[in-house]
Design a protein around this ligand. Structure first.
Ligand code: UD1
Length: 426
């Protein structure tokens, strides 16, 4: 991927989008499933894997640790063979590229008794500490050493503990659950994250032979098992609710009507309810959901919260929808204070947005006007594409590698439902 010349996305003002979009598997699940495969010897076959760059980076990281990873992107399959001979070191050049690399911490520590890991990178939106991951593992008997940008964790064998999070962190929940799977005794996590991707991970662990209860509630109970009792498994990745929302946003700003195959409305209740307030018609189908946009969207106020609240990842898409809605909407960010970088790009397209700390006030305009904009991170990049569909004329987006980290053929999928959009050299 890195050897290719940088590409831009060029998008023209769109007529109402119509047709079917197949929603791929979730990035924020599959990367964690791949990391969890470090826990057991055996063969793991993960299906419904999205064709995204981050899967390739996680595969490289796992190979560096000592497992065999085969990607079959045409079939959406990743096969991992863990032969048990692991080097529990996560090198900076890989770790720095994706936030989810921190997810090897729990599995490697519990399985190998030691792990050396560079501090994680990922999206560039403010500080993303891992203090809760560390405190939880310390409560289970781990000892940490910090050497510049590197964390070294040791524990001959972790033991169960009762852990209460101050905040239902997704990453910390995942690391503690995966570590607890092979710990001595029972671990209870209070105020655990409840995201669908956490449920997917817990199901994967149980398919592997682990004993994890309470997935999807705020209390998880993990009974540690012996190493030898875990084994390989097959698992289908949960569909991506954020990619689904991206196609809903594209439908919304073009006044379109789309069938989103595989989209899971039960994972999106809160955001769908708010989209309903904005005038979107949403119907559940046996195989996904049908969305239809009104002539003009209505404004609404939205605040991000941990699941089941409205995810922070939806926010750039919602703000983009509000830029062309009727009225004034206030969007409040409660998770990542710095996550407003794309607002400036929307303003360049003619959006009327004011930010104040955690809040953005969006006054809908009649239309945006296409120009050149930058994708600052994955979701902000997708929001630029959606804005480009709404804008008069042509919008050119740079920083497309961010979009490729989390979107499986966004351009092709939108073109299939009528958008005039293409990748061009820049
Ligand atoms: C995951 C998702 C990300 C999503 C986020 C919230 C992946 C790869 N990323 O990120 O797309 O936006 O969930 O739904 O799955 N925090 C601490 N200390 C910690 C851990 C977290 O202060 O030890 C803070 C973070 O800085 C942030 C908030 O808690 O402000 C949420 O973090 P968390 O839920 O852990 O999100 P991630 O797992 O990083």
């Amino acid at each position: 991927m890195s050897s290719e010349p940088e590409r831009c996305i060029r998008v023209h003002h769109a007529e109402p989008l119509e047709g079917e979009v197949l929603v791929p598997g979730a990035k924020n699940s599959v990367l964690k499933l791949m990391a969890a495969s470090l826990l057991a010897e055996g063969t793991f076959e993960i299906t419904n894997v999205p064709g995204i760059a981050d899967v390739g980076i996680m595969a490289e990281l796992l190979r560096a640790i000592g497992v065999t990873v085969t990607e079959t992107p045409d079939y959406g399959v990743v096969t991992i063979v863990n032969g048990g001979d692991l080097t529990p070191v996560a090198p900076l050049e890989l770790v720095d590229r994706i936030r989810a690399s921190i997810n090897v911490l729990g599995p490697l520590l519990t399985r190998c008794g030691e792990v050396t890991i560079a501090m994680p990178g990922g999206d560039d939106f403010g500080s993303r500490p891992i203090d809760m991951h560390i405190a939880g593992l310390e409560a289970m008997g781990a000892q940490f050493e910090f050497d510049g940008g590197t964390v070294i964790a040791r524990a001959e064998r972790l033991h169960g503990a009762e852990i209460t999070f101050d905040f239902p962190s997704v990453g910390a929940t995942e690391n503690i659950v995966t570590a607890a799977v092979l710990a001595d005794g029972i671990t209870i996590i209070h105020n655990a994250a409840r995201e669908p991707e956490i449920i997917d991970l817990c199901e994967y662990l149980n398919e592997m032979g682990a004993r994890v209860g309470g997935a999807g509630t705020s209390t998880l109970r993990i009974e540690g098992v012996e190493r030898g009792s875990l084994h390989g498994c097959e698992h289908e990745t949960v569909p991506d609710r954020i990619q689904a929302a991206t196609y809903i946003a594209a439908c919304a700003v073009t006044g379109g009507r789309l069938d989103l195959l595989n989209a899971q409305s039960k994972h999106m209740e809160m955001v769908l309810s708010r989209l309903g307030d904005m005038g979107m018609e949403i119907d559940q189908l046996p195989y996904g959901m049908r969305v239809a946009a009104p002539e003009r969207l209505r404004s609404a106020d939205v605040a991000t919260l941990p699941y089941p609240g409205i995810a922070t990842d939806y926010k750039p898409l919602i703000i983009t929808m509000l830029t062309v809605a009727d009225g004034v909407g206030v969007v409040t960010e409660n998770l990542y204070p710095g996550r407003f970088a794309y607002v400036e790009e929307l303003q360049r397209l003619g959006a009327d947005i004011k930010t104040d700390g955690h809040h953005a006030l969006i006054r809908g305009v009649d239309h945006l006007v296409g120009t050149s904009v930058v994708a600052h991170d994955i979701r902000a990049g997708a929001a630029m594409v959606v804005a480009g569909l709404a804008a008069e004329g042509t919008t050119t987006i740079t920083g497309v590698h961010h979009i490729d980290r989390g979107y499986d053929d966004l351009v092709g999928r939108l073109r299939n439902v009528g958008a005039e959009i293409e990748r061009v050299g820049c």
